[in-house]
Each structure stands twice: as C-alpha cells, then as structure tokens.
Design a binder for this molecule. Sequence first.
Ligand code: NAD
Length: 289
Amino acid sequence: METTTVKMPKKIPPQEQDQQPGIEQEMNPKPIYDNDEPGLGRLKGKVAIITGGDSGIGRAVAVQFAKEGADVVIAYLNEHGDAKETASEIRKYGKEPLLIPIDVSEEKNCETIVEKTLEKFSKIDIVVNNAAVQYEQHSIEDISAEQLEKTFKTNIFSYFYLTKFATPHLKEGSSIINTASVTAYKGNPALMDYASTKGAIIAFTRSLSQSLAEKKIRVNAVAPGPVWTPLIPASFPAEKVAKFGQDIPLGRPAQPVEISPCYVFLASKESVFITGQVLHPNGGTVVNS
Ligand code: NAD
C-alpha cells in the first residue's frame, strides 16, 4: 500500500550496528525523512527544540518543522555526521538550525539546551521530547541496574528535565510533544525496561497536560509502531532487523516521513483543542487510546 509520495524500499537487508545511538549514514536503505509535498507555513515564526533530532523520527520532525517555517534546535548525543546532514537538509528550507551535542539524561544539560535556545532564538514555542535508547533482553534477570538506570534516565528523566526548564518560557499556544511507543500499550517481552519508560511517558503526557491546561499550553504524545531508523539496527540482531515490522497489519515498518506529520499537526494550531492525547501512527495495530 502506498501511503505517501515517497517510494518505499522493497527489502531491508540483514544488518546491525554495535553501538547506541545508531548512525543513520550507515543504514541500508537510508530512511526517508522528506517528501515533495510543499510546506504550508503552519509553523511560521515558531521555535522548536527537538531531542534526538539528528536522525530517525527526530530528523524527519526537524526537517518538516523547518519546511513549515520553524527555527529548530537539535539536541543529540554524539552522532555529528548525522547531525550535519540534518542541518544541511534544514538549510534547504532557508533555516539555520542550532545543533547541540549533549547528554540529555543529565539535568543540568537540559538547562543548557534551554539557555542556548534562548540565546540564539530568544524564545521557545515547541518542545519535542524524543531521545531514547533500548537494549534487548529476553529475561528480567538479564536487565542490569546500569541498563535500567540508563534507559530510564535517557527515555523519561530527560523528558521531565527539559520540560521543567522550558516550561517557564512557554506561552499560550505552545505545544509539548512526547515520543512514546506502541510498546507502552502492547508490552514487549524483549524490551521490558524500554516499554516501561514509554508507559511512563503516556502518564507524564496526561498529567502534564492537565497541569498546563490553565496556561493554554498543550501536551500530547505520539506512539509510533515500527519505524525504519538507526535505533533498529543498533538494538536488534541482523536477522530480526531484516524482518522488522512485517508482523503488523500494514506489513512493513514506517519511514520517518510517515510519522512526522503527527508532530506537525500537534505543534500547529490545527490541533488547538487537542491536549493530553496520544496519536498512533503504528500501521494498524489496534490499541486502547
Ligand atoms: P534514533 O536512533 O534516530 O533516535 C534516537 C535519538 O536519541 C538519537 O538521535 C540520539 O542522539 C538520541 N539520544 C540517545 N541517547 C541520548 C542522550 N543520552 N542524550 C542525547 N540524545 C540521546 O531512533 P528513532 O527510532 O528515531 O527514535 C526516536 C524516538 O522514537 C525514540 O523515543 C524511540 O523510542 C521512538 N520510537 C521508535 C520506534 C522505531 O521503531 N524506530 C518505534 C516507537 C517509538
């Protein structure tokens, strides 16, 4: 089924990467993060911070936000080649992004992201909490305290930290968007700690939306199903990567450009009456709200 104007690769060859975060430049085929649809100015004049914005879903969000007229700040761990490539894609839309290589799992670093954003762009309108790691383990007995802590610090503590420092600068009409996952709803026996962080992100989204409703700041989440991004070869064995996403109703993983429209919608005023909700671009898996 063709769902966008982009051409879908037919097959994913077996492949794996030996570190996280993974590197988009090393993937075959390359993920698709843009299409030939025109920007409509839906985010004109807005400033957005996107964690994990150098690659995968975050890259597609960063490029689409720039196409829609936003200035973007990209926080990422250390994948400088991917970040440079994303920056040059953003420049095609006449925007100069701010790249911040930094560990978002440390509280003070999230404060730094906010400070640097204000220095360059003087305001913040949109926060996309999106950075994550996942480490496959088939038994709870194999999940070390170190892994558990790293997964929670990266995937959910960072969402609290960045939001905490950004919120005082957000105004009526601002939007916070958290990347969750279908695993929050379905569970995943090989990603117990990761799925738990994603469940926490849903509860965080709902709670924060109620806390910020009075200020007219909206908070929503996106819970993707399988998406072809560096996270996949960096966390699963080669044979599993080759079959990734084939077991869902649409029978294939999404490309990042098929996920990013959810973020554009939630960031724009088209979704003005939506807060505390989760969008499910998951290729047909039925989940409860
Ligand atoms: P990705 O590897 O492209 O993105 C992960 C990002 O997290 C990287 O850009 C990396 O720089 C960043 N990151 C990791 N640790 C960090 C740290 N300590 N400090 C700063 N940045 C850090 O993969 P992706 O799949 O695009 O992941 C983006 C989001 O999508 C994640 O929240 C992931 O859980 C979610 N997601 C992905 C899938 C999928 O199938 N790919 C499915 C559901 C949800």
